[in-house]
Design a protein around this ligand. Structure first.
Ligand code: HEM
Length: 472
């Protein structure tokens, strides 16, 4: 009997061991036998990076994606940014990638970007560090949104810029939009106004810093990359000096900027606080100014949308006393404005894709995504997919009257645990600027001045606007 039990134990034990062996060793191998998506690795080392980065209008797919999707389907393999890569133009897979951040996939920006942003940056941090930085960021935004100065500062900045156009018949709009969003974010984050000398110093260093982000990562004195690293350290010193000054005067200030709250936070190091300021400037400046430029560009080409927008803002204006500031209630009344903003986000594709890597072998539908591979969810391909958005290649804000903007097929701000914390700030900025713009001006732009994805998006000629001043 006892021998029988031992035999049973032996059989079960052996079975368990073999099962364990299969599960631990052979199953991944079997899984590996599942096909990686079809595609091509292209040239040695560079792979297909250059054709992938080839500039194209941002409201189009571009030759590379068009060609590869029709040849291999919406998910295909390639070799990009020095790594084997799975490119996804599939809404389900994109959503799955974003929702599994930290579990199956992880944010993975190219190394040189880390060199400039610094390792305390939320944009590149992962795991617990990212969680801690993000919690602070979200609470900071909630606190500052509740302060009365938050909306007034945005509106005052918009009025100031538009006032400077009073004797002009044309402006280079991208410059004006950058001025607007930089002045807003510097006020929100550091409490600085445009006329303070520190503001122009930070702007100058910040522009150098941004040029470095998109340059060849060669640390040789004089190259844009090396200048960017130096500019970052100068901004860092300026911000540290402001923090020290605030620490000395803490308790007797009426300021309502991020920094005022940040100096009181005690679970961030000084380096993390500086990175936080840089992240906000970086995240909140170029993207938002580009969105504003897109909205203005698409409105120039769509007189019915312009007209409806103007009527909406005239109505809001008529409900206010002369000179009375806009508030959250007014913002919520700007329904068509929201549709216009959403449509510019969908059609204009400010962020074409984000960088991820697979942490383990991942099976999704019929594909295998091998551990360690780069994974690029391409948002623009989903935004321009005619099976998901009717007349996808038309600017049609009215679609948002019935289309749910929380769906998987619309992710201009990313998703999951890295979803953009500044999305609402960006939208309020655009809405308030538009309020004053449509009440004071009509405009035209040049047909050939288009938003081009390099893949970071830029208007080739800075978008010249021809202005007609109008009284309300
Ligand atoms: C139209 C304007 C904007 C667009 C299209 C945009 C887009 C995005 C996208 C797609 C991501 C996700 C990146 C990823 O998953 O790897 C992101 C993250 C981020 N954005 Fe924005 N953004 C905008 C405005 C802003 C503003 C105004 C701020 C700051 C005040 C901001 C700060 C950030 C930060 C700090 C992150 C990193 C979040 C994290 O990793 O947890 N963004 N943004």
């Amino acid at each position: 009997m006892a021998g029988g039990i031992w035999l049973l134990v032996l059989v079960v034990g052996t079975f368990g061991f073999v099962l364990g062996l299969i599960l631990n060793h052979f199953l991944p191998l079997l899984l590996r036998l599942g096909p990686v998506p079809r595609g091509s690795f292209g040239w040695p080392i560079l792979g297909e990076t250059l054709p992938f980065l080839k500039p194209h209008p941002s409201n189009s797919l571009g030759g590379f994606l068009k060609d590869h999707c029709s040849r291999y389907g919406k998910v295909f393999k390639s070799h990009l940014f020095l790594s084997p890569t799975v490119v996804s133009c599939d809404e389900e897979l994109n959503y799955f990638i974003l929702q599994n951040e930290g579990k199956l996939f992880e944010c993975s920006y190219p190394k040189p970007i880390h060199g400039i942003l610094g390792k305390a940056s939320m944009l590149v941090a992962v795991g617990d560090t990212h969680k801690r930085l993000r919690t602070v960021a979200l609470s900071l935004i909630t606190i500052s949104k509740s302060k009365p100065g938050f909306l007034n500062d945005i509106e005052t900045t918009a009025i100031r810029i538009l006032h400077s156009w009073k004797d002009k018949s044309q402006v280079i709009f991208c410059q004006e939009a950058r001025k607007f969003t930089f002045n807003v974010i510097v006020k929100q984050v550091l409490g600085l106004t445009p006329d303070e000398p520190q503001t122009s110093r930070i702007l100058e260093d910040f522009l150098t810093f941004m040029r470095g982000l998109i340059s060849l990562p060669l640390y040789i004195p004089g190259t844009p990359y090396a200048r960017a690293v130096q500019a970052r350290s100068r901004i860092s010193s300026t911000v540290k000096a402001i923090i020290e000054e605030r620490n000395r005067n803490s308790g007797n200030s009426t300021r309502s900027d991020f920094l005022e709250i940040l100096v009181l936070v005690n679970n961030l190091t000084e380096e993390e606080k500086v990175s936080f300021v840089l992240d906000s400037l970086l995240g909140g400046y170029e993207t938002t100014s580009l969105l504003l430029a897109m909205v203005v560009h698409f409105l120039a080409l769509s007189p019915p949308a312009f007209q409806q927008l103007k009527v909406e803002h005239q109505k809001i204006k008529s409900m206010k006393q002369n000179g009375e500031n806009l508030n959250w209630e007014d913002y919520r009344r700007m329904e068509f404005t929201q549709n216009v903003i959403n449509e510019a986000l969908r059609y204009g594709n400010i962020v074409k894709f984000v960088h991820r890597k697979a942490l383990k072998d991942v099976k999704f539908k019929d594909y295998l995504i091998p551990a360690g591979w780069k994974v690029l969810p391409v948002f623009s391909a989903v935004h321009l997919d005619p099976t998901l958005h009717a007349n996808a290649f038309q600017f049609h804000p009215w679609r948002w009257e019935s289309q749910d903007q929380m769906r998987k097929n619309f992710t201009p701000f990313g998703g999951g645990s890295r979803c953009c914390p500044g999305s609402e700030l960006a939208k309020v900025e655009i809405a308030f600027f538009l309020h004053h713009l449509v009440l004071s001006f009509r405009w035209r732009s040049r047909d050939d001045d288009l938003p081009i994805a390099y893949p970071y998006v830029e208007f080739q000629r800075g978008m010249v606007l021809f202005l007609d001043h109008c009284s309300i």
